[in-house]
Design a binder for this molecule. Sequence first.
Ligand code: ADP
Length: 471
Amino acid sequence: MKVRNPRTGEYDYNLQEDSTQSVVEKALSIRSAQKEWQNKTITERVAVLKKWLASFTNFQSEIASQLAVDTARKRISEVETGGIIGLMQAWSYRAPQLYNPPAERTSASANTVQIGQQWIPYGLVGVISPWNFPLLLALIDTIPALMAGCGVLLKPSEVTPRFMDGLEKSIKAVPELNAVLKLVRGGAKAGKAVVNTVDAICFTGSVPTGKKIGAVCAERFIPAFLELGGKDPAIVLSDADLEVATDAVLRSCVGATGQACQSLERIYVAENIYDDFVEQITKKATAVTMTTNPEEGQMGPLIFEQQAEKIQEQINDAIAKGAKILSGGKVENINGGLWCRPTVLTNVNHKMSVMVEETFGPLIPIMPFRTEEQALEWANDSIFGLSASVFSKDREKAIEIASQIEAGAISINDGSLTNKVYDAEKNSFKESGINGSRMGDAGFLRFFRKKALLIQTAHPETMAHFEEKSS
Ligand code: ADP
């Protein structure tokens, strides 16, 4: 499989795809080692994670430079690899605190029975991840699953596969880890093979693919932890600090070129501050610099060609239906890469795809609202419910509005805070996902099934217990 370079547009990398047979063999190999892994103490598994942390650090600059080619982002790739080290450190510390099956006790409902409780990890977890944050989203579920004692078959996106070479070296340097964590290369076919062979799935990606995977998991009767798309709204209340709101909304909409599920994608601004908000954010959007020279600038090209087409379609649809473009406004080909400058759109409404479909690009469509009820109605008029933002100087008011938004995480006076806060549990609402939170303690605890050992200490009841009696 030939892979496109997002900066040059050239197909300059060969991805050796795993066949279905190879996926099955990797799964069998992990399964043969997983019981021993599960039987280790949590402290022993943490010791292996720490060895991985050391080997990951050895390969960190190699992984970061491969990731920088995959995503055409140098600084974010450095932050992303640093983030993995943070995740490894955080789980090394937190997992042993959380692994705490309750001590044997007497049942409250049957007092001759002793209860012993065991936590049993899923044997083999499949992790399937997307191209926007290739390394982070490959490992965010993998690390806690491994700490729980699961084996992991990991298939990152075929769109951004270069970083797997360095990552695989870091894994192979730790034999105990290499036995229970294997990478799968390829696209949908390899992904399907993973779904068909594991005991649980953690998937991050689009809603349509998530639904397909969820259906297969339902058929196979295995849990599917699905983290899907978003169309995150921001509500900017009339008393919001405009400097704060415009800075945060801009960064959240166009940071990483808008290619983040938790980026803000539609902005509702109180009528009385609407004109000032639009003027300020347009000024700031126009000042954002592009990394056409990879050593300079703030915003890179679009990673995935097909996404660039969708972004252009949304802009065209909005213009055709009466939207005004105040900055940016088109996907441009510069030296083979596909670029879109921060694009402020006004005169938009929910009949336009830009207000209802996921964009995954640096667009900032803004609508004025008259009442808070109207803002909430629009914010909740979506099939998605990933996250959202509220801006106000009045903390209580912001919380009151946030409580009424149908989404799993609401940033107050900022945007996309879930990209830096990993220790707050959150569930996606509506089609943005399903099942246990990847963030917070649940990110680890969801990989266990609770098993009860019920020990009778008295003589068991006999059939006499069922004897019918006339009263
Ligand atoms: P995106 O990466 O644009 O969000 P997808 O949701 O289609 O797009 O892809 C996310 C991940 O799912 C990728 O690793 C991709 O290879 C994988 N994938 C795509 N289709 C399937 C499928 N039917 N079964 C399993 N994995 C799939």
